[in-house]
Design a protein around this ligand. Structure first.
Ligand SMILES: [Zn+2]
Length: 266
């Protein structure tokens, strides 16, 4: 394996990542050194924060174009870098009246920003950056942005908000939630009815789910392909919460082919 060292950058406002356990999980499965670093965004200076702000996108139907961010947006980003826990109020799609209220970032633009920030790195070091910022990527097939839980390559990004918001909940949930909203009711009763079927903010199951995303990132960097078509494999790229929980919690292992690749890495 050409990767000798993996650096994990923590997202302290999401303790459910359980980053020390995650480091042990990686060391148990791959012969690499694992280092845990603080939140990547903590020490950005003003001009760096401004560059990061420029990776925000505001319209899911328009591919992001370069723009000069307004002062209040840069200020918000500055606060966020110091204390990421303030993000949570702004990312819950179900609470937003309009999707444009949700704070979103172009995932590939953010990755470019992070790559420039890292500047000096060895080829054998893989950087995995956790954030609760919601990363999205523009899909040419339907001309809109979609939330993304993981951006592979190096540096890789794992969006804890993306894990919760990007894979879809069941159709039944959305239909019932819409019915409640149209009657002016909140959706708490619907969420209660579907409890456990999907991940919620600060869900205890996040740690296990994140192991799967980390495997996808490492496999991408070893083999050039991150995802597996089989649901019975932790490398499956789940589009539904149901499938995500199935692959990562119920099955919780790799398919035969990918297990063989993993065994060869030790
Ligand atoms: Zn597989």
């Amino acid at each position: 394996m050409n990767i000798k060292k993996i650096i994990l950058y923590d997202e302290p406002s999401i303790p459910e990542i359980k980053i020390s356990d995650l480091a042990s999980f990686i060391k148990d499965n791959f012969s690499v050194d694992v280092v845990i670093n603080d939140n990547f965004f903590l020490d950005l200076n003003k001009s760096e924060v401004k560059l990061l702000t420029k990776t925000r996108m505001f319209d899911i139907y328009k591919q992001k174009i370069s723009y000069e961010p307004e002062k209040h947006i840069t200020n918000f980003e500055e606060q966020l870098c110091k204390n990421s826990s303030i993000m949570e109020k702004t990312t819950k799609i179900e609470d937003a009246e309009n999707i444009s209220e949700v704070v979103m970032y172009d995932g590939f633009e953010m990755q470019k920003f992070l790559r420039n920030q890292i500047r000096y790195t060895r080829n054998d070091t893989l950087h995995i950056i956790f954030t609760n910022r919601l990363t999205c990527t523009f899909d040419e097939s339907d001309y809109r942005y979609h939330g993304r839980a993981v951006i592979c390559a190096n540096p890789a990004i794992i969006s804890t908000t993306g894990i919760i918001e990007a894979p879809a909940k069941s159709k039944e949930f959305y239909i019932q939630a819409m019915a409640n909203k149209s009657q002016g009711l909140d959706i708490n009763s619907v969420k209660e009815q579907h409890k456990g079927e999907f991940l919620e903010y600060h869900d205890e199951r996040l740690a296990k789910i994140i192991e799967g995303y980390v495997l996808q990132i490492i496999f991408y960097n070893i083999t050039g392909e991150s995802f597996c078509e089989y649901l019975d494999c932790r490398l499956n790229n789940a589009h539904w919460q149901r499938d995500l929980l199935y692959s990562q919690i119920e099955v919780s292992k790799l398919c035969e082919k990918h297990q063989m690749i993993l065994d060869m890495q030790k």
